[in-house]
Design a binder for this molecule. Structure first.
Ligand code: ACO
Length: 375
């Protein structure tokens, strides 16, 4: 019998710096009233100078692993969903893997816009139910503040930074991720794009001057796409799970715009309390928005064991995805003596030490005079 993929741990990280709508009024030609009424956003978080997508992902991951009582060395795979990676290469997931000391885990990124986290969830579920992986860490993390043109009022008011993580583990108990649907329509690729910095338009002084390394978006077109695809994806995934819409306890949609969420809710004829919204505090954190929202839902006790939760996202690509989860941590939590718990916390805190030592040894080896002579 194939195992089920259960959510065993969750964790989020939001940077400390808050950027309010009032702050933005001093930066571009906008008003708090416009932003609130057109989007629902009141404030967003902005990463500090020393923070990046990887550092925020690591913080969220540590919290998720601690809740799952899992050591990073037990992970089989780490998948990071992001459109604002630390580098074009290597994958941000590899930086996370080294920082955690998860030396048995495969690590790779997924780029599917704001649907990226659902894509990562679906991959993790497939790996677990196929029997290939036992424990998988999936993270949605973004530092979009570094990819926004702070002079463009059409986009800079929308986005924020943060990270959310889930640990999924195999269990024979029915439940966990019941069904996923994924989709894409590349004919809408130009609707939300960072034009430069890739192979088509390499970085140059001209691309910098044109702000071509920042997000360019046709907001109205994305809005139309989102209001149509969000309810459709929910219907599709519930059909795939063989469940009626009335069985849904909580929908956690991608947090882009209150008006998009409200239109989808009305189309699905679900009550207001069935949709979780926190975008007024974080803005649109792209691939991080669904896991951050899920963490808040779980931490505030808004779902219980047995609750049926639907996660649904849409975004650049264009892409979309939805997942149905039967919530409930089905994993036995073994009682551990104090020293094992202390060792576990130390491992989480000093996880990056082995990778650091390996790098140091490698550099020393490279610096040896005999090696230089050989070369
Ligand atoms: N402050 C004041 N006025 C503004 C601002 C602003 N911050 N931004 C735009 N305006 C102006 C426009 O210039 C326009 O003026 P005009 O009529 O004189 O040309 C007017 O407001 C109306 O602009 P619209 O684009 O029609 O505004 P709309 O009501 O559609 O709201 C918004 C714009 C919020 C961007 C909306 O279209 C939207 O949310 N779209 C979806 C975006 C989205 O979800 N993107 C993320 C996808 S996820 C991912 O993969 C990253």
């Amino acid at each position: 019998m194939s195992p089920y993929a259960h959510i065993a741990g969750w964790g989020m990280y939001a940077p400390a710096r808050v950027l309010s709508n009032q702050d933005l009024e001093h930066m571009v030609d906008t008003t708090d009233e416009w932003i609130r009424s057109r989007t629902g956003i009141v404030e967003r978080r902005i990463a500090g100078e020393k923070e990046s997508t990887a550092t925020m992902a690591v913080e969220a991951a540590r919290r998720a692993l601690a809740r799952a009582h899992l050591s990073p060395r037990q992970l089989d795979a780490i998948i990071v969903a992001t459109i604002s990676p630390d580098h074009l290469t290597p994958a941000t997931a590899c930086l996370v893997q080294a920082a955690l000391g998860a030396d048995k885990a495969a690590a790779f990124d997924v780029s599917a816009g704001c649907s990226g986290f659902i894509y990562a969830l679906s991959l993790a579920q497939m790996g677990i139910t196929a029997g290939e992986w036992h424990s998988v860490l999936i993270i949605g993390a973004e530092t979009l503040s570094r990819f926004v043109n702070w002079e463009d009022r059409n986009t800079c008011v929308l986005f924020g930074d943060g990270a959310g993580a889930l640990v999924l583990t195999a269990s024979d108990q029915p439940g966990g991720v019941l069904a996923c649907v994924l989709g894409a329509d590349g004919s809408g690729a130009d609707l939300l794009v960072i034009p430069a910095g890739g192979s088509r338009m390499p970085a140059s002084p001209a691309t910098l001057e044109q702000h071509a390394h920042t997000i360019h978006m046709d907001g109205r077109a994305v809005f139309r796409f989102a209001t149509h695809i969000l309810p459709e994806a929910v219907e599709q995934v519930m059909r795939k799970a063989g469940l009626p819409l009335t069985a849904i306890d909580m929908v956690i949609p991608h947090q882009a715009n209150m008006r998009i969420i409200e239109a989808a809710r009305k189309k699905l004829r679900l009550p207001e309390e069935a949709f979780f919204v926190n975008l007024y505090r974080y803005g649109n954190t792209s691939a991080a928005s669904i896991p951050i929202a899920l963490c808040e839902v779980a931490d505030h006790g808004l779902i219980n064991d047995g609750s049926l939760v639907v996660l649904v996202g849409f975004g650049a690509g264009l892409t979309w995805g939805a997942a149905v989860v039967r919530w409930g941590v089905a994993l036995p939590q073994p009682a551990r003596p104090w020293w094992q718990r202390a060792l576990y916390i130390a491992r989480l805190a000093f996880g990056r030490l082995p990778a650091f030592l390996r790098r140091l040894l490698y550099r020393l080896w490279q610096a040896l005079p005999s090696r230089r002579d050989e070369e």
